[in-house]
Design a protein around this ligand. Structure first.
Ligand SMILES: Nc1ncnc2c1ncn2[C@@H]1O[C@H](COP(=O)(O)OP(=O)(O)O)[C@@H](O)[C@H]1O
Ligand SMILES: [Mg+2]
Length: 451
């Protein structure tokens, strides 16, 4: 059969029979390169589910066995997975290089080895390097198998011999299939290798974890092509310089995608952060202008974090705005609202917003604390001690209700806050006893209440 030539975009994985200077899908220039694909029947031959299984079956007759899960011994990881890794599931762990993916997966082996046979395949480190890392992490499982290999065929062969219950491939960018001409790490290789692993996971009921590095733009190299085929996508994020790491599920076929896991990187590996709010608030400056404590919901848990802002006079030209940990466009929108609805003339000020601890707060409830922090910096007046807030801001400057006010207030109370600035929404009577609750209709009212 004739080999088919295709052109693939190195950034987004867009596939086309024709070459384009600019990728029609993601708009990147000069990213399309040529690949020779194997004839379809041969290439897909290994990719079909076991023949004979693919017959229509009545829903009621499908046997699922038990939806049993492997527990990693790391509570925060199990939480994000939805209570452990489901047998036969295929999990992708993404994150920037150096964030701690290998560390997390190796630490997970320690506990998993006790009830299952685990094979850890590394295409990045030698056996010796892994041993040194394991010693540093105090991992001493006698039952853990390690393989340093990048050839996919070899990995599958060894896996078939060993028959592990859990297979970890670190990382998908380093493994390759010999019969493809494309280079390892390229879209075709990643796609085909992941496909082979997925077929293996589904046919043999093996739980597979693969590591995928994320590039600077935040997309997995050969990006969306992996997300749709796996059962679960976990992203490990945080600032490499800071100690905190946050694990989020971007997709989960076996659990909620709202839960997050919080970790701290130490010399001996990743430690679970049991009380993230307290950790995020450590070192919170007293009596300084330009900061406000926010309470956001991360899945089922309320989390307190410090939002800092600095508004300084622009030296020349266009004012600068930067946002770390909050959405940039949201910040710009809030600045416009402050200017238009509250008369804070920020158009000649540079504004910098940062969330302490490297956490990313994407919930709308962070709007009000962000506005208060900016207003506090602009007026150079600190918020009173013990004040925290949450609430969404609308375009007319009105404050809008957010979910779970009770849980947020309780968390703030637990950490010693006594005043809460929030939108006009109902809260339980008993909360009014322990907290001084200030309900504001508009951004202007909220600012007047504390500044
Ligand atoms: N010898 C060491 N001592 C202390 N911390 C280390 C050591 N080696 C690595 N680390 C920490 O582990 C991180 C690397 O984690 P790793 O799991 O290899 O990342 P990834 O697999 O995501 O690229 C480093 O950024 C560093 O913080
Ligand atoms: Mg690694």
């Amino acid at each position: 059969m004739k080999q088919k030539t295709v052109f693939l975009c190195g950034d987004c994985g867009y596939e086309s029979p024709k070459w384009y200077g600019k990728c029609p899908s993601c708009g990147a220039w000069n990213t399309m390169s040529e690949f020779k694909e194997k004839p379809v029947s041969a290439a897909r031959g290994t990719n079909t589910f076991q023949r004979g299984e693919s017959r229509p079956t009545l829903l009621k007759d499908i046997d699922t066995g038990d939806e049993s899960r492997f527990h990693s011994g790391i509570g925060e990881l199990d939480r994000v997975l939805g209570g452990g890794a489901v047998h036969g599931s295929f999990v992708l762990v993404g994150g920037e290089p150096g964030i701690g993916k290998s560390t997390l997966l190796l630490q997970m082996c320690q506990e998993m080895c006790k009830n299952a046979r685990v094979l850890y395949v590394s295409g990045e480190e030698s056996l010796k390097q892994i041993k040194i890392r394991a010693a540093r992490l105090h991992i001493s499982s006698p039952e853990l198998y390690i393989l340093a290999e990048t050839d996919m065929e070899q990995i599958i062969n060894e896996t078939e011999l060993l028959e592990p219950d859990i297979l970890i491939v670190d990382s998908i960018q380093t493994v390759y299939k010999r019969d493809l001409t494309a280079a390892p790490g390229g879209t075709t290789q990643i796609k085909e290798c992941a496909m082979s692993l997925m077929q293996y996971a589904k046919n043999r009921n093996v739980t597979i974890f693969i590591v995928g590095h994320v590039n600077k733009e935040g997309t997995l190299a050969g990006p969306k092509i992996l997300e749709h085929m796996v059962d679960c996508v976990l992203y490990f994020e945080g600032e490499s310089a800071g100690p905190f790491r946050c694990l989020r599920a971007a997709k989960n076929r076996y659990g909620s995608t709202n839960e997050i896991g919080v970790f701290e990187m130490s010399d001996h590996g990743l430690l679970e952060v049991q009380n993230p709010s307290a950790a995020m608030l450590a070192g919170h400056p007293q009596g300084a202008s330009g900061n406000c404590i926010a309470c956001v919901m991360e899945g089922s848990r309320p989390l307190l974090a410090e939002v800092q802002a600095l508004a300084a006079k622009t030296q020349f030209g266009v004012p600068r705005r930067t946002a770390a940990g909050v959405d940039y466009n949201r910040m710009v929108l809030l600045l416009a609202i402050l200017e238009k609805r509250c008369g804070l003339f920020l158009s000649s000020s540079d504004v910098y917003v940062n969330v302490v601890g490297g956490m990313r707060l994407d919930e709308p409830a962070v709007d009000l604390p962000m506005v208060l922090a900016i207003a506090s910096s602009f007026r150079d007046k600190p918020l009173p001690e013990g004040v925290m807030s949450f609430g969404e801001v609308g375009l007319t400057g009105e404050l809008r209700a957010v979910s779970n006010p009770g849980q947020r207030i309780n968390e703030a109370y637990r950490l010693g806050f006594h005043t809460c600035i929030m939108p006009m929404q109902d809260v339980d009577e008993d909360l009014l006893q322990k907290m001084n609750i200030v309900r504001a209709k508009t951004v202007g009212d909220a600012i007047r209440a504390v500044l």
